[in-house]
Design a protein around this ligand. Sequence first.
Ligand SMILES: *[C@@H]1O[C@H](CO)[C@@H](O)[C@H](O)[C@H]1NC(C)=O
Ligand SMILES: *[C@@H]1O[C@H](CO)[C@@H](O)[C@H](O)[C@H]1NC(C)=O
Ligand SMILES: *[C@@H]1O[C@H](CO)[C@@H](O)[C@H](O)[C@H]1NC(C)=O
Ligand SMILES: *[C@@H]1O[C@H](CO)[C@@H](O)[C@H](O)[C@H]1NC(C)=O
Ligand SMILES: *[C@@H]1O[C@H](CO)[C@@H](O)[C@H](O)[C@H]1NC(C)=O
Ligand SMILES: *[C@@H]1O[C@H](CO)[C@@H](O)[C@H](O)[C@H]1NC(C)=O
Ligand SMILES: *[C@@H]1O[C@H](CO)[C@@H](O)[C@H](O)[C@H]1NC(C)=O
Ligand SMILES: *[C@@H]1O[C@H](CO)[C@@H](O)[C@H](O)[C@H]1NC(C)=O
Ligand SMILES: *[C@@H]1O[C@H](CO)[C@@H](O)[C@H](O)[C@H]1NC(C)=O
Ligand SMILES: *[C@@H]1O[C@H](CO)[C@@H](O)[C@H](O)[C@H]1NC(C)=O
Length: 469
Amino acid sequence: GGSKSQWQFCMKKYNILFVLICLPVPSAPPQLSIASTSPTDIRLMWHPLSSQHSRGAVTSYRIEYSSLDNVDTVFSVEVGGNETQFTLRELQPNQAYRLRIAAGTGVGFGVPSEWAQHQTLAHYNHTSHLMFAPTELKVRAQVSTLNITWQPSPNHTVVSGYKLSCREVDADVEKMTQTHLVRLRKKARYHLLTGLVPDHLYEVRVWAFNKQADGSAAVWKGRTEKATSSLPMRPPPLPPSSIQAAANSSTSIRLRWEKPRFSTVRIINYTVRCSPAGTTNASLVTYHTSAAQEILIGALKPFTRYELAVQSNGMDAVGPFSGTVEESTFADRPSSAPQELRLSTINSSSVLVSWRPPLEPNGVIVGYRILFSSNLSQPEHTWRNLSQDGSITNVEVRGLTSGTHYFFKLGASTEVGAGPYSLIKDIQTPPDQYELDIHAVTGIIVGVCLGLICMLLCMCFSFRNTKTR
Ligand SMILES: *[C@@H]1O[C@H](CO)[C@@H](O)[C@H](O)[C@H]1NC(C)=O
Ligand SMILES: *[C@@H]1O[C@H](CO)[C@@H](O)[C@H](O)[C@H]1NC(C)=O
Ligand SMILES: *[C@@H]1O[C@H](CO)[C@@H](O)[C@H](O)[C@H]1NC(C)=O
Ligand SMILES: *[C@@H]1O[C@H](CO)[C@@H](O)[C@H](O)[C@H]1NC(C)=O
Ligand SMILES: *[C@@H]1O[C@H](CO)[C@@H](O)[C@H](O)[C@H]1NC(C)=O
Ligand SMILES: *[C@@H]1O[C@H](CO)[C@@H](O)[C@H](O)[C@H]1NC(C)=O
Ligand SMILES: *[C@@H]1O[C@H](CO)[C@@H](O)[C@H](O)[C@H]1NC(C)=O
Ligand SMILES: *[C@@H]1O[C@H](CO)[C@@H](O)[C@H](O)[C@H]1NC(C)=O
Ligand SMILES: *[C@@H]1O[C@H](CO)[C@@H](O)[C@H](O)[C@H]1NC(C)=O
Ligand SMILES: *[C@@H]1O[C@H](CO)[C@@H](O)[C@H](O)[C@H]1NC(C)=O
């Protein structure tokens, strides 16, 4: 279907409705080459427009011309969109004409080219007309190059070679600057002129020659492209595909990706965005640049899930970020000790030890080790130790000596290894009450015994008294 696009701007504030319809007609005209083969002919040749300039399929070209003597009477011819040359016939010999061309899509014609002037031959000039001009002279203009192509002149059997001239035309004064002349082989069908100035007007002529004479020339006049105009039109590059993240250590993740599958823009480097999964704190987001298709991101936290995304950077455009991939760094040994170590006595031989898990466990805590000793200056490996499951946060240490000063410390371990020990805390077990009790029991036993002896003595006396009566 027709690719009409419309933009409407409603200016309700002023009760005015502006409807602006922008129709996609070609944005540039074709560039014309002109040659004469006879005093009554002018041959026009051009290249089809690039799709960027045609903005749709070109369905026809309109050629307009008038004699310079009567510029108000403009004749116009339309030719099919598949044509790239046309010959105007039955013109006046030795007459200056001006000509221009416009390309049209189904919607309408684009801007016409600037008027080009051409003088028809006065008569069949026997030196120059011995060889016709090359046919289909066409020039593809770019920012700093002109690629000039042609087909042989009809007299190609007597041709020794071709000559090509190029000169810069000052658009204001049309003053001639230095001309560049090239001789080319008979079989040459194109020539590339390089090192030209962007957005300058040039005139190119191509003609055949042999030992006797030069043939008539085909002429092209047109501009090189603007250097900047094409750059902002480049779309930004697509994000890379097949992004794969793999933890390399407890503090690093390696990320690999592939170039975007469909991208016309050259990618200079890539930007990687990295943040802890689910964070909303912008200061935790980091950015890394890589010119290669991989990166090793370091300085990460152990046992932490990260979200990563990659963006392609073109020369002057930055593409959007890809979807995120997630990866966790490996676990590590705890980097801090358990917190809030507390000691309390239960009785003379037992102490209750309690604590809270470390702030930076760097993994799942699989166990705690409690070290204790009554002699602080003894080496660590001689301290008594007690291992506890990682899910427990208090334990009773039994079998201690009463009335003794004990020192405790505590460390946590993950499956990777043990972390640091906490600071040492100390506690004094109460003295044993047992020996004091023995004195009391002895007193009670002695008392009871004395009581029993008194009772026995009393019973003996009373027994004798009854016997003597
Ligand atoms: C262009 O198309 C017309 C009609 O389809 C055809 O007659 C003509 O030969 C074509 N010209 C070229 C150069 O293909
Ligand atoms: C024929 O053309 C050449 C240049 O193409 C010119 O120098 C010469 O004067 C012309 N001769 C006549 C008789 O017009
Ligand atoms: C070139 O071709 C034309 C027409 O075919 C002919 O009149 C002319 O003599 C030819 N010139 C030469 C040098 O053969
Ligand atoms: C110039 O055009 C010719 C013929 O179309 C082509 O073979 C050649 O590759 C072109 N050169 C450049 C640099 O575009
Ligand atoms: C980490 O990267 C190094 C090379 O940079 C590699 O030799 C090593 O195997 C990687 N380790 C893992 C676990 O992927
Ligand atoms: C964001 O992270 C920074 C650095 O870790 C921290 O200083 C800051 O308090 C955090 N802000 C919030 C709102 O969590
Ligand atoms: C990445 O490319 C941009 C240009 O797109 C450039 O400005 C930047 O310096 C490059 N960064 C690195 C680290 O190469
Ligand atoms: C101290 O208390 C523990 C249990 O809390 C008990 O097993 C132990 O026998 C007690 N020891 C003494 C001397 O009372
Ligand atoms: C404590 O241990 C050190 C070193 O093992 C030893 O020299 C010292 O005598 C011990 N002190 C007591 C009171 O046992
Ligand atoms: C823990 O104590 C046992 C004996 O009580 C000993 O064999 C072991 O080496 C100790 N472990 C550490 C880490 O001190």
